[in-house]
Structure formats: structure tokens, C-alpha cells
Design a binder for this molecule. Sequence first.
Ligand code: NAP
Length: 247
Amino acid sequence: MKRYALVTGASRGIGRAIAVELAKDGCSILLNYKSNHAAAEETLRLIEATGGEAELMPFDVSQPDAVNAALDKWFSAHPDEYIDVLVNNAGIVDDEIMLLMEPEQWHRVIDVNLNGFFYCTRRVIEGMVENHHGRIVNISSIAGQKGHPGQVNYAAAKASLIGATKALATELATKQVTVNAVSPGLVETDMAEKVAEYLPERMRDINSIPMRRLGKPEEVAYLVSFLCSNRADYISGQVIGINGAAL
Ligand code: NAP
């Protein structure tokens, strides 16, 4: 039986690296993204180049009808199969200090980073529970543990993901479904460039990270790969930081 892994936000950055790594582990990847088709095709090409398998599954994680439509279609086409691995990675930032933050900025960031987790997970866990096996990894952030200026919306979403991870882990523990959060520090992606533009000078300084460098998407992917393996059967409800000793 094939092992299917849905990775949200897999067209670029951390999600792409996770999709490539899980494909190397033998998973058939459901490669979600919002709209960057060219980037998603490149991830698909990278997966196929190493002998892996993936299919594109574009939808906006913040739109419950779109999430359900895409997943309903997949489940109808695969009546005897289920999604064993779910990596809730899709995320955005929309930075602004609280004094100037518009309600739309608050809602947009919560919708994608937090509500997206709910919509995707709600639809996928039934299969995991029925099959008594599953892996859920939620990509949180050091921002949800530490707090950075200009990111009240993002910090709220990422901290909430940690609470949701811990609660869901207890609900699914007897079903052999593990739920963990991975919490990266700054990682070399398009998002990091966007965030760096906003950070005050002192926080942009690479010396503020004890290891004196940003993380690489592949380094996050190795951790996710481990958490999704059977070597991590007894790890659930945890928040695992990957941040060069920055926290
Ligand atoms: P990124 O390079 O900006 O890529 C974002 C990915 O999410 C893209 O694949 C994008 O799809 C997808 N996406 C955005 N909105 C979406 C939506 N509404 N529905 C579906 N997909 C959507 O980001 P990244 O740096 O790899 O970040 C990945 C995750 O790690 C995020 O949750 C982020 O918060 C977290 N994180 C990142 C850092 C960092 O320093 N980079 C640090 C800590 C945590 P399109 O290509 O179609 O736009």
C-alpha cells in the first residue's frame, strides 16, 4: 500500500524541501500550493529526478470549501487509500506594528497559518484514525515562542498552533497518530527575505543567532522526515525547535 503525504505550501522554501525529503523516504506526495504553478512544477521535477512520485494539488488552505473540494476529489479517486502524513506548512507573514495593523492583516495571517491547519487536518484525520496510523507535523515558528516586533498576528497564529498540536496529540494518542510542531528560527527562503526587511537592524544582524547563520530548508526537512518515520513512534505533542541555538 502506498504511503501518501500531503505537504501544504510545497511549491517553495521549507515545504519544497520537506516534499522532496518525504518522497525520498518513499511517500507519494500530494503537493499543495496556492498559486505559483511554475514553482510547484519545479518541486515536482525535483521529486521525480530522484525517482519519487508526486501530484500537484493546488488550493488555498484558508478557504474551507477549496480544501474540502480538493480532498473530496482525491478521496473519491482513491477509495481504498488514506493520507498517512500531513505536514501543515503553508504560511504567510504580513508584518506591521500593532499600532498600525489593519484588521485584514490580522485575519489574513490567522486564516492561512492557523485556520488552514484546522481545515486540512479536520479533513485528513478521519483516515488516520480509521487506519490506526498517522503523522501530523505543524510548522510553527520561533516567533510563536519568543515574539518579534511587527509580528503580533503571526506570533498569535504560530503560538496557537503549538497549543493545538499538544491538544490534538492527546486526542489521537491511542490511535497511533502522532502530532508534533516543528519550530524553525530564520530559514533561507523567500519569507525570510520578507521578514528581514521589517526587522530592526539589531535583529537582522546574523550575530544575533548563536550559530551565526540562517537555517537551510533541508535541515528542517530532515527533522520532519524523522518525525514522520517509525523511529519517532513515541514522540507526540512536542515542539521541536530548529534555530541555531537562538532560543
Ligand atoms: P515561503 O518561501 O514564503 O513559501 C510559502 C509556501 O506556502 C509557498 O509554497 C506558498 O504557495 C504557500 N502558501 C502561502 N499561502 C498559501 C495558502 N493560502 N494556501 C496554500 N499554500 C499557501 O515560506 P517558507 O519560509 O518556506 O515558510 C514555510 C513555513 O515555515 C511557514 O509556515 C512559515 O511560517 C514557517 N517558518 C518559516 C521561517 C523562515 O524563516 N523562512 C521561520 C519559521 C517558520 P505559492 O508558491 O503558491 O505562493
